[in-house]
Design a protein. Structure first.
Length: 260
């Protein structure tokens, strides 16, 4: 595993997870650098999505999940007694495989999280709310496309626009980390390219951790890459180094398509 010198956004310490009697993660030690795009790759069932979803405690709702070890976001233990899951998700946003906009207007989708998490929202006037909406949509390069139909139903947007809207919906709460679980799997090549380009814009402000099964996407769209196998982190290094000269033979076998 490579040694990372950049400021740390997420760090795991001997993190293990069980679904009932099945152990999905084994003593994961991982450091994710701030303001970078890091990809998680590996064959299906290797624990990528489980690890990602552990980082904002979305698995808390499953009563048969138990964990050991520790996950820290910006130095804070996310399972500490004083950390509420809802508060954590304000700072660690999640984007899923298929876009999941709310059946509301584009404007109300953007304001939904802000209304839920920011106590100042109740005292904001229409003009201030409009500014929140515009800034979020500009950050995901969607403003020029939708500015004249903010009152329209978000479900009427194309899949690429819906996925960008789902990302934009997270931004008004000022997250530090954006977790993305195969965010391009439902998109066509043009939509995939648009979201990948957006990742490079977002990393200037946010830390982005993305799960992908697409080796070409990992190579194009991330600066660091983590290879997982059977619930363990096998290798973590700069993306270019991993694809050109992987240190572990198992990484090389996977990248070269010998399994997975």
């Amino acid at each position: 595993m490579g040694v990372l010198a950049d400021p740390t956004a997420i760090q795991t310490f001997g993190y293990s997870l069980w679904y009932g009697d099945f152990q999905a993660l084994f003593d994961v030690d991982l450091t994710v650098a701030q303001n970078k795009v890091t990809s998680l790759i590996g064959p299906s069932g290797c624990g990528k999505s489980t690890l990602l979803r552990s980082m904002n405690r979305i698995l808390d709702r499953l009563g048969y999940v138990r964990t050991a070890g520790r996950i820290e976001v910006l130095g804070q233990d996310i399972h500490a007694p004083n950390v509420a899951s809802q508060q954590l998700r304000r700072h660690v946003g999640m984007v899923f495989q298929r876009p999941n906009p709310l059946p509301l207007s584009i404007r109300e989708n953007i304001l939904f999280g802000h209304r839920l998490h920011d106590p100042k929202h109740k005292t904001m006037g229409r003009e201030a709310q409009d500014e929140v909406v515009e800034q979020a949509l500009r950050k995901v390069l969607l403003w020029d496309r939708v500015k004249d139909r903010l009152g329209g139903n978000a479900l009427s947007l194309g899949l690429e626009e819906q996925q960008k809207l789902c990302i934009a919906r997270l931004l008004p709460t000022s997250p530090s980390v954006l977790l993305m679980d195969e965010p391009c799997s439902a998109l066509d090549p043009e939509g995939t390219e648009a979201v990948e380009e957006l990742l490079w814009v977002l990393k200037e402000t946010y830390t982005v951790l993305i799960v992908t099964h697409n080796m070409a996407q990992a190579r194009r769209a991330s600066e660091e890459c983590v290879f997982m196998l059977m619930g363990e982190v096998v290798e973590h290094t700069a993306t270019g180094s991993m694809f050109v000269s992987p240190k572990d033979s198992r990484t090389a076998d996977y990248i070269e398509g010998r399994y997975g």
